[in-house]
Write a protein that binds this ligand. Structure first.
Ligand code: SAM
Length: 418
């Protein structure tokens, strides 16, 4: 096969050689026209790599092979795909033993398959492609995807492999059978409903699994407000960790109904009073977070979880996102008593971990509280990020403890006595 080689600016040699998996369209020769999802070589200085061409979007080439790999400029064969998938599975080998059968099996760039993610929900795998070329049946990218599906079905006892095209399009069965309308999966031994047909993301927000475990470890006797709760997973963990009560607040009524069912499904761990210790509240939290926090059912919380949806789709929305994070976190910090905990997250890729930390400091200033950082993290091992790819670090999670509350904030709480 004769592959075209695109000459890139020589200044990109360092990042290409270091393993950055994207070539932006600004950096490919003007007028380059190739079929969507076709193999193409790129060269910067003395470094050459092989990737998949995207006909549209800011990312023109997603690099698959580079550097010291043998056959670096040859399209990957079945053995390469099996080895790549095998390495990804090996990395996740202990998750099942730790009581989780829902996790990210392949994280695109981080697992050497740029633009392709696969999540595991028990005996079903859900694939999501972030480049249109994968969805063109006759493309090189689609052929690579078919090999990935084959490798997964050989390596795991799956019943079905599904594709979620995104944009509200129906789920497709790529291999095997479709999932039941509702599936129960396990995370750290807790049970969760995963509706693969209508759920957000591919079903559950798998990227917070370890953060939920951390919240459980800090939840005993706390009164928890789980803001942007989705199906209440943080509350299930908190209640399982001995929280006095938990309230899930979200705009999506269907997600809140699932939250009630998730709490009930774990009553054996949470206790017979699980339902009585849990409540839901449908509110628009982006509109007026402080008002929601002041409502009687939420006020007096001493552990607030704050996990809003992504607040910027592109660079132009970054400043607005930072303002929204400041406002949300200031409202939460102002509502906490001394000793209160804020577990706060950001999944906006345009906001770096450093920028998020700065916003939290500004939010504390705005709320006139002092706080300490108890824990800071990002991606768990099923979301690995290449060191040379800072754009891949979308998830930030910080656990703060209020040391000096806002004047007039509620005082004597279980949290404050700790
Ligand atoms: C990142 S998800 C939360 C995931 C959740 N923490 C979990 O662990 O499963 C963001 C949630 O924000 C909700 N949401 C989006 N806009 C909202 C708004 N304006 N007010 C309240 N909730 C909103 C979505 O319905 C979604 O459930």
């Amino acid at each position: 096969m004769k592959l075209q080689t695109l000459q890139l600016p020589a200044r990109l040699e360092g990042s290409l050689a270091a393993g950055h998996p994207w070539v932006y369209r600004d950096h490919v020769p003007v007028g380059t026209a190739l079929p969507d999802g076709a193999w193409v070589r790129v060269a910067a200085g003395r470094t050459t790599a092989l990737g998949l061409w995207a006909a549209a979007g800011a990312i023109a080439v997603r690099v698959v092979r580079r550097g010291a790999e043998p056959d670096v400029l040859t399209p990957p064969d079945r053995a390469w795909v099996e080895a790549t998938v095998g390495r990804a599975l090996h990395l996740r080998a202990n998750l099942e033993a730790a009581g989780s059968d829902a996790y990210r099996l392949l994280y695109g760039e981080g697992d050497g398959l740029p633009g392709l993610t696969v999540d595991r929900y028990g005996r079903f795998a859900v694939l999501q492609a972030y480049a249109a070329g994968y969805r063109r049946a006759d493309s090189d990218a689609a052929a690579l995807q078919r090999e990935v599906v084959l490798a997964l079905t050989r390596a795991l006892p799956l019943k079905g492999v599904l594709a979620t095209p995104g944009g509200g399009e129906p789920l497709q069965v790529l291999w095997g059978e479709g999932p039941p309308a509702e599936l129960t999966v396990r995370e750290h031994g807790l049970r969760f409903l995963a509706n693969l047909f209508v759920g957000q993301k591919t079903g559950l927000f798998l990227d917070h699994r370890e953060h939920r475990a951390l919240v459980r470890a800090h939840a005993r006797d706390r009164r928890v407000a789980n803001l942007f709760a989705y199906s209440g997973a943080f509350s299930v963990y908190a209640l399982a960790g001995g929280a006095a009560r938990a309230i899930d607040v979200d705009l999506a009524a269907a997600a809140l109904r699932d939250a009630e069912r998730n709490v009930a499904a774990n009553a054996d761990v949470i206790g017979a009073d699980a339902g009585a210790r849990h409540a839901t509240l449908r509110r628009d939290l982006l509109h007026d977070p402080a008002a929601a926090l002041a409502e009687p059912a939420v006020a007096g919380s001493d552990l607030i979880v704050l996990d809003p949806p992504s607040l910027a789709r592109h660079k132009g929305q970054r400043h607005g996102a930072l303002r929204a994070y400041r406002r949300l976190n200031a409202a939460a910090l102002a509502a906490l008593p001394a000793g209160g905990l804020l577990a706060t997250a950001s999944c906006t890729a345009q906001v770096s971990p450093e920028a998020f930390r700065s916003v939290l400091a500004e939010a504390a200033g705005e709320a006139r509280v002092e706080a300490q950082v108890l824990h800071e993290s990002g991606h768990a091992l099923d979301h690995p990020v290449p060191l040379a790819f800072p754009e891949g670090r979308y998830l930030k999670f910080v656990l703060l403890r209020v040391t000096q509350p806002r004047r007039g904030a509620p005082s004597a709480t279980a949290g404050a006595r700790r």
